[in-house]
Structure formats: C-alpha cells, structure tokens
Design a protein around this ligand. Structure first.
Ligand code: BGC
Length: 758
C-alpha cells in the first residue's frame, strides 16, 4: 500500500521551491476546500504573511489564510463592504530545536516540493531545511479538508532530525489569526469567536497527538485553551508524527452557539481516527471524480487543466448549505472579498448541473433565500420585482464597493452595482436550465418559479416605452465593463426578453401542472392578467439590436460609431488594454473587455437566426481584449460550437496554462475554470442540456484520439465517449430516456449503448 504521503501518479500537480513573486499564486492554485472550509497552500513552516517590496509598494509574498464559507464581516476597509474574514489558522505549528525556531528564513532550504494530489483532494509537502546550527530537519505533511464530513480537517506532519539529543519543543495552537474576530469562548479543546460587526459566530475544536516512532503518544502540556505543547529529545533518523484533527462550525444566528456542533463533529472524527477521516475523504473524492472527470486523450496539458478545473469546482461547492454560494475566487483567496457574481450561474452552474446537481440546487436556493434583498434593490432603484446584487455576500444586499482608488490615487466610481442588471436574467436562466436538466419539480414549484416571475417583473418595469413605440433599457452595463452607462445593451435586452417570455411559459406550465401552487404564488405576488399582458408587450417591444440586413447585433446603441482599434497591433502588450489606452479612450473605442455578444451566442443561440452566430463571432472576436479571466474560455466554447476547432484550442491553451501566474495571487479565477469544462464538454463534446431531451452533437478536434465524460440528466447518469468518428452514449444509471444524437431521436435503454457517426 503506498504511503499516505505519496502523490497519486498522473493526478498531481507539483511545485518545487519558493519564489516570492509566484508564491502567493501557488498558494491559491494548490488551495484546499470542501465548500464549507477553504485553506491556502501556504508552507507548513513560516506560516505567517510575508511581504515583498515591489516597485516601492508592499505586497504580500505569502498569504496563509483559512476561510469559512459565508463568514462575512465588514472589515476596516474603505469603502466598507462585507468581506470573507480570515479565521484562526488551524494548521499552525511552531517548533524550536535547541532554542532555534524552525524557520526557512534563518536557515537554508535544501529542498521543498508541494504537490496537490487532485485525485485524493490532499496537499502534500516534502521539504528539508538546514538550520543555522547545521542541524538538518526533514518534513512531510498531508493536509485535507474533508469532502466526506465538511466540518472536519486533518493534518499529518512528520519531522525527522539528523542528530541525537536535540532538545525539541513543539507548540500547536490555533494562531491568533482570527484577525477581525472577537474571542467568545476559549476552552481546552474548543474556541469560539464572533465577527465584529455582523455578529456571525464560529467555533473550532481540535485534537492533536504526537508520536515518536512506534512509541506511545507523547503527553502534551495544555497551558491554555487550544494550545498543545510537547518537548522531547531527538534520536537521529527517528520520525515524529503529528496528527491533528480539527472541526469547525459556523452560526449565522447570534443566539445560536456553534461550539456544540464543533464538539460533536470532533467526537465524530475522533471515533474513526485520522485514517478513517482520510479514507472517508478519499472515497468521497472518488465519487466526485466518477461523476466529474473528463478524459481527453491527445492533449496532456489540457487533461491536467480539466482535472485542475474539476478539482477547484468540486472544492468550492457545498450541496448541504443553501445560505452560501461560490465566490469569484472560491475559498482560495481574498480577491473580490468572497463575493458572488454572475460567474456562478453562467460559468459554473453547467458543470454542477452535469456533474453534481445537488450542489447546483444549493446555489440556486441561495438565490431564492436572497430574493428579499433583490426585491429591495429593485425598489430602491425605482423598479418592481427582483434585481439581484451584482456582488452578493450573505444576505443578497448589494455589496459592490462604490469606488476604488485608481493607479494615480484618484477615486474611481464603480458603477456595476448600480447598472450591471443582466445578473437578474442570468439567475433566471440558470434556474430554468437547472429545472429542465434535473426535473427537480420540488425546486421549481417551491423556489424556482418565484425567481422566474420576480425577475421577469423586474425587466418589464425596467424596459420603458418611449416615443418610438419601443421599450428601451438605458443606463446599463453589459458584460463588457469597458463601456459603462450604455443604452440598449444587446446582451441585456435579449436576456431580459428571454427572461420575461420564459416566465410566462413557466407560469402556464405551473398553472397546468400545479394549479393550486400557481394560484397561491400568483396571490402571494399579486400577479394578475393586466401585468401579464404588459409582460407580453415587453417581449414584443424591447428594443432589438439585431440588424437583419447585416446579421449583426450592435453591442449597444452607438457602438458601431466608436473608434475601431486594431488589437493585433497590441499583441505583445503585458498589461490589459484599458491600461494601455487609458479608461477614457477605451470607453470611446470598440475594444471590448470580455465576451458580450459572444456570450449571448453561447447562452441564447436561438437569438441568432441563420448563419448570424458566425457573422457576429467573426465581427466581435477580433474586438475583444480579454481583460477578464472569464473571456477566453467563453470564446473557446463558441468557437468550438461554430466548428473552428483551431481557434477554440488556441483560446483553451490560454486558460489551461499550468504555470503559477501572479494574477492568481488573490485566488483562483474559478469562472475561467468553469469555462474550460464548458468549452470541452458543451463546445467540443456538443452536449446540449437546454432542451426537452439531452442532445449530443460532438465536434472534437482531429488531434484528439478520444474524449469521454459523464452527465447527469433528469435522474440518469449517461456516459458519453467520442472516438474514431463515433459517439457512444451509455446509460450508466436510471431508466430509459429519449435523447437526440447527431440530429437523430433515439431511446437510450439500460442495456444497449447508442452509437452514431459524427
Ligand atoms: C468581470 C466580471 C466578473 C468579475 C468577477 C470582473 O473583472 O468583468 O464579469 O463577474 O470580474 O469574476
């Protein structure tokens, strides 16, 4: 049996050494998470923030941080917005040898490698340090945040010294890194804290044993709560093993003490021991991989990138908690304060729907629970219905900072929280698609339909009838945030039209299938026929930016008249285009930040008659500067669907880069990772989960020998493999189901796979 410290071959990403410029990005990329807990992959020794002076500024080089999903507070930042707060560091260990602290600063690092074993969901480290005294210390560590029992984590750390008789002292404690948290309770094995302004409560319980070789565990001293001290004299070559189990509980209710939950969880994991925790965690990851692994034969880099994407997408989600959703950086870093954006519904949800529908459901329920705040936001802006927050934290109130400090110290207003309204239609689209793909009627009837109706109501009030007989949506921001405060953004208008039309269908369906619930919901929302007539009017009259003569959508009113810029001339730039041109010139130009009309092609292909999808892609793709990490994968997916495999692969190669990019310092850009999965499965794999039947129309690149993956569809699991010009669909679980394969309707039964030529 391989040692628990051995990375699984073919499934591990490794990083050697330490580089101040990229360390923080490595910590993000190799971060652990289970949807409740998150932990950056900081090295086990020197676990404290390290700063680097950079162009006269200070930025962090290493940023050891642990997070708990949903634990938002309003820290001392300007402007004050809720932010995910760092919690006490549950893996800190301080070791002193003959009076010298074990530290890589004072000594010399002889070797150091961290490996993210994606198959087992563990972070492994292996290092050797020569201390100033000449003593050589070797360390090995395994860390995990349990996928089987989200409240729990495990750390196993081994230390080996090359000398006899060194006096060693070790202190394990939950460091005082609860920076913005007030301690509430400090008992021997459990501590509890409270966030300063939101009053959320957190408890951590822990248990650590230390063994010298095969001997009985060493008895610790317990000088104060949550602190363990040991001392011993070393034997050369003897390995000392620390085994730490910790458990965490969050309470959003000020009156509810989370400590009993943390203590219960600790008894649960103590009962099965550290090996039991490891085994249950590995088994849970095996299940996740059985559902979410995508195999590409013929492109090793992409294969690793796909696993890396599925690893982080899986680590970010928690099907058990409807009060949280996935932030723009998951639980891997502080950037964007842990806020939830449209990234979740548009870039991540398709993965969860196909691979983990229960996780998708919990995220949509988060939107249901935040409906009251969305209603308030709409009302404050003078509209009806529900306008979701562009950036959302616990309650769903708008949390977008109102301003930021620009490069020259100037204050720049941030308008997205006021104007980026397409989020409401993005949520509605995800709700509808989730329901279609899962048949989760309970969700639809008790939550989804209400979201559909309230978002439709918002759009009908947002689209105002003007003298030209059209309903306009002025003062908006589309996905392309280089152009703010525009009128009639094509993406927003078409998504809104879809949202209203679909809500009308949803209501009819509800009335037909669940008349009592339909009547109750209409009564609750005071939604009557005159308002529905207004919705139908809005569907017909919202301005269309489509010109049937050219086949082009104009991205927003006046876009075609802006300065054209040849982006190819700037291909060698190292900074984003809006920095090259400056904000003012960028917004007066046709340079686009990210997929906007192109995203519309991906989301609502039916809005592109005849060959106009291609016409629009050819027009907008060269104008896009990809100033957001969301952009490249979306272009890859659309290019793949439109049959331009080479271009799709070029875009995918950009997002599939495995080197630690300093841009990842604040956390992995999880939307881009969701985009990789979409480009491969929905793009090249040709999976369409938006209709009445699952449709498969693969267009794999000729370079690939095979592509295979599974999707969940209406309670079934279907395996799809594409190789040698043939696509095969196999029903792995569930009852017979109708599908469409390469344009032909077929019935997939449990026994006989279906094959079709592509
Ligand atoms: C992008 C948004 C995105 C946000 C969070 C911004 O830079 O323009 O579309 O939602 O980052 O990822």
């Amino acid at each position: 049996m391989p040692d628990v410290m051995t990375p699984t071959p073919g499934w591990s990403a490794s990083h050697q050494g330490y580089n101040v410029m990229t360390e923080s990005a490595v910590e993000s990329r190799f971060a652990l998470g289970n949807g409740l807990l998150g932990m950056r992959a900081s090295r086990s020794i020197n676990r404290r923030p390290t700063w680097v002076s950079w162009l006269g500024y200070i930025r962090w080089a290493s940023w050891p941080r642990c997070y708990v999903a949903g634990l938002f507070d309003i820290p001392n930042t300007e402007p004050p917005v809720p932010a995910l707060v760092p919690v006490p560091d549950w893996s800190r260990l301080h070791v002193i040898m003959n009076g010298d602290p074990l530290s890589a600063y004072a000594g010399e690092i002889l070797s150091g490698v961290r490996s993210l074993d994606m198959h087992r969901g563990v972070l492994l480290s292996d290092w050797k340090v020569r201390m100033p005294s000449g003593l050589i210390v070797a360390g090995q560590e395994l860390r995990l945040l349990s996928q089987a029992d989200r409240a729990a984590g495990l750390q196993v750390l081994r230390l080996t010294l090359d000398r006899d008789d060194v006096e060693v002292q070790a202190e394990a404690s939950f460091a005082l890194a609860g920076l913005d948290m007030d301690p509430e309770r400090m008992d021997q094995d459990v501590g509890a804290w409270r966030t300063e302004s939101t009053g959320k409560r957190l408890a951590i319980a822990g248990d650590i044993t230390v063994r010298l070789g095969e001997e009985e565990p060493l008895a610790p001293m317990r000088p104060f709560s949550l602190c363990w001290l040991w001392d011993w004299r070393s034997k050369a070559g003897q390995t000392v093993e620390f085994r730490r189990l910790f458990t965490v509980a969050r309470s959003d209710d000020m009156a509810l003490d989370p400590a009993p939950d943390a203590i219960d969880a600790l008894s649960r994991v103590r009962a099965i021991g550290w090996r039991g925790v490891l085994e249950a965690h590995e088994a849970a990851w095996r299940d996740r991989w059985a559902a979410g692994d995508v195999l590409v034969d013929g492109d090793e880099t992409l294969q690793t990138a796909l696993r890396f994407a599925a690893y982080h997408l899986t680590s970010a989600a928690n099907p058990e908690d409807e009060r949280v959703s996935v932030g723009a950086r998951g639980l891997t870093g502080d950037a964007y304060f842990g806020h939830v954006f449209w990234d979740t519904e548009i870039y991540l949800l398709p993965f969860y729907m196909a691979a983990w529908p229960q996780a998708a459901r919990a995220m949509l329920m988060y939107r249901f629970h935040t409906l009251p705040a969305a209603r308030d936001k709409a009302a404050r802006q003078g509209y009806r219905g529900a306008l979701y927050a562009w950036e959302s934290a616990s309650t769903g109130e708008e949390t977008t900072p109102e301003r930021v400090v620009g490069p020259n110290g100037e204050l720049i207003p941030i308008l997205t929280g006021l104007m980026e309204h397409h989020i409401s239609a993005d949520v509605a689209l995800a709700v509808w698609r989730y329901w279609r793909a899962t048949d989760d009627d309970d969700f639809f009837v008790s939550a989804g339909a209400e979201i559909m109706l309230e978002t439709a109501r918002f759009w009908a009030s947002r689209a105002v009838l003007e003298a030209d007989g059209k309903r306009h949506m002025r003062h908006v921001i589309g996905p392309d945030e280089y152009h703010e405060d525009v009128d009639d953004n094509a993406f927003t208008n078409e998504m809104a039209r879809w949202n209203i039309a679909c809500a009308l269908d949803a209501l009819e369906l509800l009335q037909a299938r669940w008349p009592e619930q339909a009547a109750a919901l209409q009564a609750k929302l005071a939604l009557g026929e005159p308002e529905l007539a207004d919705w139908r009017d809005a569907v017909a009259r919202i301005v269309s930016m489509f010109d049937p003569d050219t086949g082009l959508y104009e991205q927003f009113a006046g876009y075609f008249g802006l300065e054209p810029i040849d982006l190819a001339a700037y291909a060698d730039r190292t900074v984003p285009m809006d920095v090259v041109l400056g904000r003012a010139r960028t917004s007066a130009s046709q340079v686009i930040k990210q997929a906007d009309v192109v995203a519309l092609i991906a989301l609502l292909p039916e809005a592109f008659p005849d060959a106009s999808a291609l016409t629009n892609f050819r027009y907008y793709e060269p104008r896009c500067a990809h100033g957001s990490s969301l952009s490249a994968a979306m272009h890859a997916m659309v290019a793949a669907r439109l049959g331009d495999a080479d271009m799709a692969l070029r875009y995918l190669a950009q997002v599939a880069q495995l080197d630690p990019n300093p841009n990842a310092a604040g956390g992995v850009r999880i939307a881009g990772l969701g985009g990789i999965w979409q480009a491969v499965v929905l793009g090249f794999g040709g999976v369409d989960m938006t209709g009445d039947v699952l449709a498969l129309d693969p267009r794999p690149p000729t370079q690939w020998r095979s592509l295979s993956f599974r999707v969940c569809w209406r309670g079934r699991t279907i395996e799809i493999s594409i190789a040698g010009g043939t696509v095969t669909a196999t029903l792995v679980e569930g009852e017979a189901v109708d599908i469409r394969i390469c344009g032909t309707a077929r019935t997939l039964t449990p026994v006989v796979p279906i094959e079709a030529k592509i």
